[in-house]
Design a protein around this ligand. Structure first.
Ligand code: ADP
Ligand code: 5GP
Length: 203
């Protein structure tokens, strides 16, 4: 079951303005979750927003890290109840969705949150909260390197091919994002991303 709010917000982090909802997109395997787990400990007051998904956990993942892992029946019940800001079926027909009550609470109460989302979900979210969303696209240095990263993370070639075949759709949307960065050297990219997030949330 998904709790009422997916984030335990602390009053001390509350800003005297609406919260920003920062969305990271980029092809699966480009390094979004690696970057987020590296930088968030240095970004106090910026909360990671876990999406809900029906895909199986990978080794190293756990509940709410990076997803709320739920069953298809639970996900479909949440769709019926209007609990998603947006949701998509991606790759192996797994559902992925963004929990609307948590996002609405964060924006209304001055908490800054960040999540990753595919390009279509990001476009849907922009329609709902155009003033409160800032978007960042992460590109791979090359398709060959993206493929290396996917093969390094997973052993199932079908999973990997599904993700590679979707990469073009994702990359074609990169120019519509507020910020575009390339994840080549992980340390440099993490620094760049941290600076962008600080510049957004400083206001
Ligand atoms: P995403 O969240 O975008 O799907 P991940 O964060 O799971 O991608 O990263 C996919 C794989 O690529 C992981 O095995 C990760 O360790 C690796 N990786 C991420 N960034 C880099 C980088 N800059 N250089 C080399 N490998 C990377
Ligand atoms: P993966 O299965 O590799 O973790 O993620 C697959 C894709 O789903 C990635 O492109 C990721 O950004 C996207 N994704 C994760 N959460 C959400 C979500 O809540 N909504 C949408 N639309 N896409 C998501």
């Amino acid at each position: 079951m998904v709790p009422e709010l997916l984030i335990d917000f602390h009053r001390a982090d509350r800003k005297n303005r609406n919260g920003y909802f920062i969305i990271l997109s980029g092809p699966s395997g480009v390094g979004k979750n690696t970057l987020l787990s590296r930088i968030l400990k240095d970004l106090s007051g910026v909360y990671y927003m876990p999406s809900a998904t029906t895909r199986p956990m990978r080794p190293g993942e756990s509940q709410l890290n990076p997803y709320a892992f739920i069953s298809t029946a639970e996900f479909e019940a949440m769709i019926e109840q209007g609990q998603f800001l947006e949701w998509k079926k991606i790759h192996t027909n797994a559902y992925y969705g963004t929990h609307l009550p948590t996002i609405q609470y964060a924006i209304d109460n001055g908490y800054d949150i960040i999540t990753d989302m595919d390009v279509l979900g990001c476009a849907d979210a922009m329609e709902v909260f155009p003033e409160h969303i800032r978007t960042i696209f992460i590109s791979p240095p090359s398709m060959a390197e993206l493929s290396n990263r996917l093969y390094g993370r997973d052993t199932d070639p079908a999973n990997i091919e599904q993700r590679l075949s979707r990469a073009e759709l994702e990359l074609n949307c990169r120019d519509s994002y507020d910020y575009l960065i390339v994840n080549d050297d992980l340390d440099l990219c993490a620094k760049e991303l941290t600076q962008i997030i600080r510049s957004i949330t400083a206001n």
